[in-house]
Design a protein around this ligand. Sequence first.
Ligand SMILES: [Zn+2]
Length: 128
Amino acid sequence: MKIARDTLKFIIEVSKSSAPKEFAGMLSSDGDIITEVVIVPGTESSDESAVMQLFMLPNIHTIGTVHSHPSGNLNPSSADLELFDKKGRYHIIVGSPFTLSSWRCYNNKGETVKLEVVDYEFEEEENG
Ligand SMILES: [Zn+2]
């Protein structure tokens, strides 16, 4: 599995600007590349409520979840593990200090998986 560099940068930026509140969203992909983040509205500051918000989302076609841990602890909580098991196969946790190396991806069992960061051409509207 892979993730577009720009998508990862977006996740890190929005996590950083949400801190000390937690950011949460769903991931969707183009083939085997994660290219999109669906932001969960009204995400609350605590870990548990962010998780609850994800549970309440309708079944849009997503492949996993992303959320931030402003504490910097990149390990999934027990509530996270429950969520991982229900909401797709790839789950990203971003932590403080919100750099390109302060994140980790897990599978639905909570085991660390490698996500390759790749360059991806986003389609742009043509002018005129
Ligand atoms: Zn969490």
